[in-house]
Design a binder for this molecule. Structure first.
Ligand SMILES: C[S@@+](CC[C@H](N)C(=O)[O-])C[C@H]1O[C@@H](n2cnc3c(N)ncnc32)[C@H](O)[C@@H]1O
Length: 204
């Protein structure tokens, strides 16, 4: 029985879960299996699993506190397609996923800028290994884009991240695309979301 007191709340996740779900509903087919990386509190997992009734949603995170939070949220807001959360660090290759078969989508929100750059390579290699042919890798977060002025909020956020940890920072779109291409993933599109965030879509 999960400890319901372990449920953490992120105000940002509360704000962005609606636009994220609406985007996923537009991008994804009616049914499939989705692997969520860096699930954090679990707010995205319970909200999106409820809003994508044809999908099985597997939330993962390396942090025991995050996993406890995801499990508590899942207990508080059960959704039929929401699978029990698993521990997964993208740097641990190959990803220790027990299930046979591949995923039709992989979703990863707000990890790339709050993790060392090596996690981008690991994300792409793992996604290439675990996505079914035609499956989509969908990332959400802030990105810098060559040739486009950075939003002032993102410049300040990037400086704050690097002050907290020099290995962190908002990533450049072209660098993320290069890691994806090196892993054999195809670039599809990027979509603007509120508060200077973007969704990036790649396809295996
Ligand atoms: C800012 S939180 C984002 C949580 C959630 N996706 C959201 O948008 O609210 C960053 C998450 O990345 C996870 N994370 C950090 N390093 C990771 C890694 N190497 N592999 C997978 N997840 C990682 C952390 O445990 C944390 O839950």
């Amino acid at each position: 029985m999960p400890d319901l007191n372990a449920a953490q709340t992120s105000p940002a996740a509360d704000r962005n879960k609606g636009p994220i779900l609406a985007t996923l509903q537009a991008l994804l087919p009616a049914r499939g299996r989705l692997l969520e990386l860096a699930a954090g509190t679990g707010q995205h997992a319970v909200h999106c699993a409820a809003g994508l009734p044809g999908w099985q949603w597997l939330p993962t995170d390396p942090s025991p506190d995050a996993l406890a939070s995801v499990r508590a949220w899942a207990q508080l807001h059960p959704a039929p397609g929401l699978l029990p959360a698993l521990q997964l660090d993208v740097l641990q290759q190959p990803w220790p996923l027990p299930e046979a078969g591949r995923f039709d989508a992989i979703f990863c929100a707000n990890m790339l800028h709050i993790a060392p750059w090596a996690c981008c390579n690991a994300l792409m290699q793992g996604a290439a290994a675990w996505l079914a042919p035609g499956g989509q890798l969908i990332t959400y977060g802030p990105y810098f884009v060559e040739g486009e002025p950075a939003a002032p909020g993102n410049t300040a956020f990037d400086a704050d991240l690097q002050a907290r940890n020099p290995a962190w920072g908002i990533r450049w779109l072209h660098a993320v695309q290069a890691e994806a291409a090196a892993a054999g993933l195809q670039w599809v599109q990027r979509l603007a979301l509120p508060a200077n965030n973007q969704i990036l879509v790649f396809r295996r």
